[in-house]
Design a protein around this ligand. Sequence first.
Ligand SMILES: [Fe+2]
Ligand SMILES: [Fe+2]
Length: 146
Amino acid sequence: MALLYAEQVEYLDVEEMQETHEEEIKILNEVEKLATQYTMDKSNKSKLSELEAKLDEYIEHIKVHFANEERLMKKYNFPSYEMHKTAHDMFLTDIDYAIQQWKNFGDINKVINFIFKSPEWIVLHINTVDVPTARYIAQKMANEAE
Ligand SMILES: [Fe+2]
Ligand SMILES: [Fe+2]
């Protein structure tokens, strides 16, 4: 069973936003799988390095994902830019804190806990914030194409 399924989040009107979400859900599920395996056998050092590498990949993906949405919002003058950007920044602050605990004090459990709780935020954010943003941007893109 996966932590999150692409079907749990609403389909977006902007293709590149949709693709980013699907990719990110895939990476998140890989993180979850490795984290579960590592939790079952904490002496497995190679599993730990696999998990660390996957976490880095996931965090990098989130940062690029958010930055790209913010770029699109600016490009098309999305009126609720500030609200949407603040939501991203708050999520990044939380994940950065967990990562600091991990990188500075070797406490990977903080990150694992964060990852396991994150689907709730992700679903809510996509369905209530990304959906109207994508609808607006898709409309602007269509006007531009005319
Ligand atoms: Fe998004
Ligand atoms: Fe977003």
